[in-house]
Design a protein around this ligand. Structure first.
Ligand code: GTR
Length: 335
């Protein structure tokens, strides 16, 4: 009898699982079977605000195409780390991704401008630029890198977190700091007197735990959700960068779509931005509270000038390469 009951429980559980996972679904219920089944690669966990932005995008596309275009979001780097994902998107092996502009810069040099330190004053300045003609044109310019930029998402500002407390630039001297895989980032860390260690995002936690690196840098939501705060507990809010996130489609995929579907996809991406930004703003605050509650020591930077002075050589090195881009960014400040 007991055996029979557990068998029945098992059958019920399996059928629940089957309905939950079946490709089912939303598309079928909405009408036609999907003509396209695309994948979107995301590095963050399923409930991260940016992943929820991706999902909003996929939902709008499914709805507006009446189930013809289905995009499945694969969170938590299931399809690989950002650098390898970008390569696969260039080839059309993965159709969509959302990545940071930093690793993207290795594929499209212009995006490196976003990694330059202290070029934006605040979030408003960032969005003035991104929503302006120049920022939008940059998304189109990704075409020469076999990619097509659809929209920008928020990612706040990046700051350092370290094993030993850092209270000033001087405290960073000689520390091994993980950076995103891009040249501008390497130069930035060197200018601050630390030793830059590029590595994929997914390896940072164990790097911090084992002491391969002494620290890393990111926004508060990433510091929290990637569990880096469990390994190192000193967070200094120097806000050295504001690096926008980019939602993209493979140019290979884009070229196969009808003009009508392209418009639908572009519009859905643009319309998903409000959701991502709203969730982002809320979660940014929430993550600071959670970090504090978890015993992280947070150091405010009241005077950012010594930090700006220390990284000036990076601006000097790249100012000729990014002359027009920097001028457009500066102009977005005045608006
Ligand atoms: C995050 C960003 C990710 C990833 C990560 C990193 O802020 O959202 O896409 O680039 O930083 O540091 O690798």
């Amino acid at each position: 009898m007991k055996k029979l009951v557990s068998l029945a429980v098992l059958v019920v559980m399996l059928s629940i699982l089957a309905t939950g996972c079946g490709s089912s679904s939303t598309a079928d219920k909405k009408g036609e079977a999907p003509k396209y089944n695309f994948r979107l690669a995301e590095t963050h966990p399923a409930d991260y605000p940016t992943t929820l932005g991706d999902k909003k995008f996929a939902e709008l596309v499914l709805e507006r195409s009446k189930g013809r275009i289905k995009i499945d979001v694969f969170p938590a780097a299931q399809l690989g780390e950002e650098k390898s994902v970008i390569e696969q998107v260039q080839l059309g092996a993965i159709e969509f991704t959302r990545v940071s502009s930093s690793p993207l810069a290795e594929f499209n040099k212009q995006f490196g401008v976003y990694s330059l330190p202290y070029i934006f004053d605040n979030d408003e300045h960032v969005w003035n630029f991104l929503n302006g003609e120049y920022g939008q044109k940059m998304l189109d310019n990704l075409e020469k890198s076999k990619l097509k930029g659809l929209a920008y998402y928020s990612s706040g500002s990046r700051s350092f977190y370290t094993k030993k407390p850092v209270k000033s630039v001087a405290d960073l001297q000689g520390l091994k700091i993980r950076v995103q895989q891009s040249k501008v980032n390497m130069d930035l860390i060197s200018a601050l007197g630390a030793s830059a260690t590029p590595m994929p995002y997914g390896e940072v936690f164990s790097g911090l735990q084992t002491g391969v690196i002494d620290g890393a840098e990111n926004n508060s939501p990433s510091y929290l959700t990637a569990n880096h705060f469990q390994a190192v507990k000193n967070f200094i809010l120097d806000g050295h960068q504001r690096v926008p996130e980019v939602l993209m489609i493979s140019k290979v995929t884009w070229d196969k779509l009808s003009e009508e579907d392209r418009k639908l996809i572009k519009q859905a991406a643009m319309d998903s931005v409000a959701t991502q930004r709203d969730l982002w703003d809320k979660f940014e605050k929430e993550s600071m509270d959670k970090l504090k509650a978890a015993g992280v020591t947070i150091t405010e930077v009241t005077d950012v000038k010594p930090w700006q002075a220390a990284v000036k050589p990076v601006i000097d090195k790249y100012s000729a390469d990014y002359k027009d881009d920097l001028a457009a960014i500066a102009a977005a400040r005045k608006k």
